[in-house]
Design a protein around this ligand. Structure first.
Ligand SMILES: C[S@@+](CC[C@H](N)C(=O)[O-])C[C@H]1O[C@@H](n2cnc3c(N)ncnc32)[C@H](O)[C@@H]1O
Length: 223
């Protein structure tokens, strides 16, 4: 079974990926303005999410398939996501939960209009029962997970990754995966998240995958 291949899911993903691709020239212009004089992702202005509220900024198809594969292969029951946007990564994850015949995704989105759009996208393909979207700052809305987390997916503002990880670390089951988008492959002193998960003393076995802007794939081994 592969729900990603069903016409309704494939059609919606095609549409959303195309919309995102069409937005790229405008996004590049807005990003350039916001990043002028800044070098690291955590140096983005604090209101970047509001300024990007019309843009998808989704996972690539490759990243989406990677999430689908990981959720299916691990039979994850409880997945938590930081950064829903219009729901592209959530669709890949929800499809995998559906095909596993079990599980739930809790996904946090700061911008209400984006969360509403994501909900409607997921409803339109019949996968709502697998997804709960929490509106507001992830540091508030993800505070109390209702069970041990199998997979944590970080795709909100990179500057908050370490705070979100530390908030949820007590709730990771041993052997949980933490997957983070936009973590540069090379060692980067300006990236506290990369430094933290790449230090085995903090309880992670971490690998850097060259996918899009760099994907950090970390196994929680416990301390
Ligand atoms: C890169 S986009 C997520 C893309 C999404 N995972 C997808 O594949 O379609 C990042 C999202 O994180 C949201 N975000 C930023 N800061 C946040 C916060 N503190 N809490 C919750 N969401 C936040 C932004 O509004 C934005 O929609």
């Amino acid at each position: 079974m592969n729900t990603l291949l069903t016409p309704k899911v494939a059609t919606l993903l095609n549409k959303l990926h195309q919309e995102a691709a069409d937005q790229m020239p405008l996004i590049r212009a807005v990003m350039k303005k916001m990043r002028s004089g800044k070098t690291a992702p955590q140096e983005m202005p604090s209101n970047w999410a509001e300024r990007m509220s019309d843009f998808h900024l989704p996972v690539s198809r490759e990243q989406g398939c990677f999430l689908y594969q990981t959720v299916r292969a691990t039979k994850a029951q409880y997945v938590v996501e930081f950064g829903t946007s219009f729901g592209v990564s959530a669709i890949y994850i929800a499809a995998a939960l559906h095909d596993n015949q079990n599980g739930r995704l809790v996904s946090a989105e700061l911008i209400e209009s984006k969360a509403i759009k994501a909900k409607s996208n997921i409803l339109s393909i019949g996968l709502s029962e697998y997804v709960e979207i929490r509106i507001g700052d992830a540091l508030e809305t993800l505070k109390e997970p209702d069970k041990p987390i199998d997979i944590l997916y970080l795709d909100g503002g990179p500057g908050l990754y370490l705070s979100v990880l530390k908030l949820l670390q007590p709730h990771l089951r041993e052997g949980a995966l933490v997957i983070a988008d936009n973590v540069p492959t090379m060692d980067d002193d300006k990236n506290p998240y990369a430094r933290y998960v790449r230090n085995p003393a903090n309880g992670y076995l971490s690998s850097s995958i060259e996918m899009k802007g760099g994907t950090e794939y970390s196994l929680w081994t416990g301390v």
